[in-house]
Write a protein that binds this ligand. Structure first.
Ligand code: GTP
Length: 298
């Protein structure tokens, strides 16, 4: 879709909904956080458009407008390809992504009435560091809408420096790969406060000063790592701070990101290349049932 789609006949830019991509390790609380976001946005009378991209989730505590499980049977995929759970999830997402243009079409019909599109993802975060489907999803979304990664962290399980560092490295690799504004969402603060993490991150004073002097694209992305919020998906604490961070992140998207990289022709070429690289033609015909994306509620 060209950016012209967002201008009406009087050339006034139309408002675009912000995509919030919830990414995080298994068990970090993405789905619970999605539920909290959904409830919060409903309570302020701004119901979001909801996408579930986790084919293996057994129970969704919210209603999704588009649910990957309506299109791909993850257990069937595991059987057909003789895969374990991780491979099954990855392959299911790859199959679904071949039809992501249909997802974008559904979204574009509703986009003018929306402020947020919230997306739940599987806990296999390597999807967003190396798999083609992760790149297609983030690139396709970001080519059309302001797109922010909400990286959900299990705060109580991140209190040892080694685990903290390893989780931050994952976050960095997703940041570098997606090149999207990033919010570190320290979840489960009802159990352990995230203050220790903020302290550890802000100790790098000289590192941050050096970053601020550097106006390069990567540096501004790294600075966006400073958007840190503590929330509890269970109690709802921290939601106002989260949405303030989203506003900041959207500004980041609009200004700091290299607009040229968002040009449709380049994206289109990139997506086509990625689709080709995936070489899913054989697998999608074997799965047989991935001709259409079935929205739960359009
Ligand atoms: N105390 C507390 N528990 C939470 C919070 N958020 C999530 N949990 C719990 O953490 C566990 C995992 O939450 P999920 O939302 O299923 O996590 P997920 O990241 O979607 O998990 P996967 O689908 O496996 O990737 C559940 O038992 C939740 O109840 C929170 O803010 N506080």
């Amino acid at each position: 879709m060209s950016t012209d789609s967002f201008t009406d006949s009087s050339s006034q830019p139309q408002k675009r909904p912000t995509v919030l991509l919830c990414i995080g390790m298994a068990g970090s609380g993405k789905t619970t956080f999605m539920q909290r976001l959904n409830a919060h946005l409903h309570s302020v009378k701004k119901p979001p458009y909801v996408l579930n991209l986790d084919p293996a989730v057994t129970q969704l505590p919210f209603t999704a407008n588009i649910d990957i499980r309506d299109t791909v049977n993850y257990k069937e995929v595991m059987k057909q390809y003789n895969l374990g759970p991780n491979g099954g999830i990855l392959t299911s997402l790859n199959l679904f992504t071949t039809k992501f243009d249909q997802v974008l079409e559904f979204i574009s019909k509703r986009a003018p009435t929306l402020e947020h599109i919230i997306v739940d993802t599987p806990g296999q975060i390597e999807i967003f560091t190396w798999s083609a489907s992760g790149a297609i999803i983030t690139d396709a979304m970001a080519a059309t809408y302001p797109c922010v990664v909400a990286y959900v962290i299990d705060t109580p399980r991140t209190t040892s420096p080694a685990t903290f560092m390893s989780n931050m490295l994952y976050a960095c690799s997703i940041l570098y790969k997606t090149k999207l504004p990033f919010i570190l969402v320290f979840n489960k603060t009802d159990v352990v406060s995230h203050e220790f993490a903020v302290r550890w991150m802000t100790d790098f004073e000289t590192f941050q000063q050096a970053l601020q002097k550097d106006s390069s694209y990567m540096s501004s992305l790294m600075n966006s790592m400073c958007l840190v919020v503590g929330v509890s998906a269970i109690t709802g604490a921290g939601m106002d701070e989260f949405f303030k961070a989203v506003d900041e992140a959207v500004k980041e998207y609009e200004t700091a990101l290299n607009k040229a990289e968002r040009q449709e022709d380049k994206k289109q070429a990139q997506l086509t290349r990625l689709m080709k690289d995936m070489d899913v033609s054989d697998s999608s015909s074997r799965a047989g049932n991935i001709n259409n994306v079935y929205p739960s509620t359009i």
